[in-house]
Design a protein around this ligand. Structure first.
Ligand code: MSP
Length: 529
């Protein structure tokens, strides 16, 4: 086993009956950036994503499409794997809850919980929202009905769609037994739920009292059967949450080593599914005697900016304001896409997006700043040093310069932000250096130095410093725009550079001297209005 630190990050598994959209791609990208950063920083990383394929909703969609549930699920998978490939999502494993390994893990957990006395058979009489796959109590439904002024019809408190009345025999999980332990967890490990606003919501939800949870259904059969009661299938959320430990070998014959190495995980989720991840999931793990996750980070929602009001609105087909990933890829390219969402949406908050804003961010940060810096600097290096990077004066790396000043300690500041998912601030660290470098070009006027043979050393220092700043920025931006950083390394003949651990690679003074440089095409051609 390697002695590197390990890091395990997960996306939610997405309901397979809908195609991936901007929101699911956003969540997946948040994880990909973290996974790439951690790998580069020297961690052994496991990054998983996947699809949630059981439950009433999927069974109904399959029926509508005249397919068996598994045929329907299989038909939906390429939409995910193809988009993830295009967006350069570097996942290590793709979980599908219909895989055998998941059945084994779910059934194994059932056995453990039964043995420990945390599940019991009873009957459920209450409300169920099929689209949200969520149970609601009579009181929750009554409040929602009052708020919605509905008479006769009961609507889901979350999504306002009609609820189904469920009256059936069911197995229950003793969630109520975990109230105190959960509150202790939130108190002693506030970092367990980030950001704070979500922590406060979860804490007050748990403080208001927990009910035991119905965790099996027996009116349909699209799910994992209970090992000791085959008439019942597992409630889809109970099944889905377990995927995180299935992926590292829980319930499998040979899984112990991976499990030990990678558990506990960091879960990235949307703010709408914190209760499942911060209440039910840790309680399930506590009941089974397994460590709780390291952290659940809840990101906000992507909203579309209404040009008239300037406010963010929920994307929906009926409003006609939904934006498809394809439209954004066509506009910004892959790295532009990745950059925009990570730069312009504050990680824990909702983000109002618009095509105008995408163009602005792309043009100012990528075309005018980063892209321009790279072209000008490589161009000058090629022109003044015969197609090569300059040979630098002795001890150049010790000489102070405005760029060295900005680069000093840059990695530590950047890494601090990265670890907290503060991506926009992490990018800002690189942007500071990029802006400083563009200014340095203006102030040092290499084209003037080039005319004076006595200034050759100075010219080498200026151009070499610019290339050095570019090299460091390419490292810092690599998790966000992997293809662009690789291209920059290639153009500077430092193709293998990215193999160095990031903290070392970002130290000033490692420029490869006298190697080929290629100017190449513009990395980010300006978008014209
Ligand atoms: N299947 C469950 C998750 C089970 S995890 C054990 C599920 N799937 S989902 O496909 O409905 O949603 C997946 C994720 O997409 C959620 O984290 C949700 O917050 C996120 N988003 C859905 N719409 C979104 C936006 N408009 N913006 C950002 N994320 C949003 O829930």
């Amino acid at each position: 086993m390697s002695d590197k630190p390990s890091y395990f990050i997960t996306t939610p598994i997405y309901y397979v009956n809908a195609a991936p959209h901007l929101g699911t791609a956003y969540c997946t990208l948040m994880c990909d950036v973290q996974a790439r950063f951690r790998r580069a920083a020297g961690y052994d990383v496991k990054f998983i994503t996947g699809t949630d394929e059981h439950g009433e909703k999927v069974a109904l969609s399959a029926k509508e499409h005249n397919m068996t549930p598994i045929e329907w699920c299989d038909s939906m998978i390429p939409a995910y794997t193809e988009l993830w490939e295009e967006l350069q999502i570097s996942y290590d494993d793709f979980m599908r809850t219909t895989q055998d390994r998941q059945t084994k893990a779910v059934q194994h957990l059932w056995e453990i919980l039964k043995e420990k006395g945390y599940v019991y058979k009873g009957s459920y009489d209450g409300w169920y929202c099929i689209p949200e796959e969520t149970y609601f109590t009579e009181t929750q439904v009554r409040h929602a009905d009052e708020a919605n002024h509905t008479e006769g019809q009961h609507l889901c408190p979350d999504c306002q769609r009609p609820l189904e009345r469920v009256q059936e025999e069911s197995w229950f999980f003793k969630l109520s037994a975990f109230q105190d332990q959960l509150l202790k967890l939130y108190r002693e490990h506030p970092e367990f739920i980030e950001p704070e606003i979500r922590r406060n919501e979860v804490v007050s939800f748990v403080e208001s009292g927990l009910h035991d949870l119905s965790i099996s259904r027996n009116s349909f059969d699209w799910g994992v059967p209970l090992p000791f009661d085959k008439e019942h299938v597992t409630y889809v959320w109970f099944d889905a949450l377990i995927n995180y430990i299935t992926a590292i070998g829980f319930g499998q014959e040979q899984g112990e080593e991976e499990f030990k190495k990678f558990w506990p995980a960091t879960h990235m989720v949307g703010k709408d599914i914190t209760r499942f991840h911060c209440v039910i999931w840790p309680a399930m793990l506590m009941a089974a005697g397994i460590d709780v996750p390291t952290q659940v980070f809840a990101h906000g929602f992507l909203l579309v900016r209404n040009p008239e009001t300037g406010k963010g609105e929920k994307m929906s087909k009926s409003r006609g304001n939904a934006i498809a990933p394809r439209e954004v890829i066509d506009l910004l390219g892959i790295d532009g896409y990745r950059y925009y969402f990570m730069r312009d949406v504050e990680s824990g908050a909702d983000g109002a997006i618009s095509f105008d804003r995408m163009e602005q961010v792309y043009n100012s940060d990528l075309a005018n700043s980063w892209g321009n810096l790279v072209s000008r600097s490589l161009n000058m290096s090629a022109k003044y040093f015969d197609g090569k990077t300059p040979t630098m004066p002795a001890n150049w790396e010790e000489r102070t310069s405005p760029l060295k000043d900005v680069a000093e300690g840059i990695y530590d500041r950047y890494a601090e932000h990265m670890k907290k998912f503060e991506y926009s601030q992490a990018i800002e660290c690189a942007m500071e250096l990029i802006r400083a470098a563009n200014l340095y070009i203006e102030q040092s006027e290499p084209w003037v130095l080039a005319k004076d043979p006595a200034k050759e050393e100075e010219l080498a220092f200026v151009i070499g410093s610019l290339l050095e700043a570019i090299r460091i920025c390419a490292h810092l931006l690599m998790p966000f725009m992997p293809a662009t950083s690789q291209e920059v390394f290639n153009r500077m003949s430092v193709a293998t550079e990215s193999e160095k651990p990031l903290p070392e690679a970002c130290v000033w003074g490692q420029l490869k001297q006298g190697v080929d440089v290629v100017k190449g095409d513009a990395l980010f051609p300006r978008l014209a209005k």
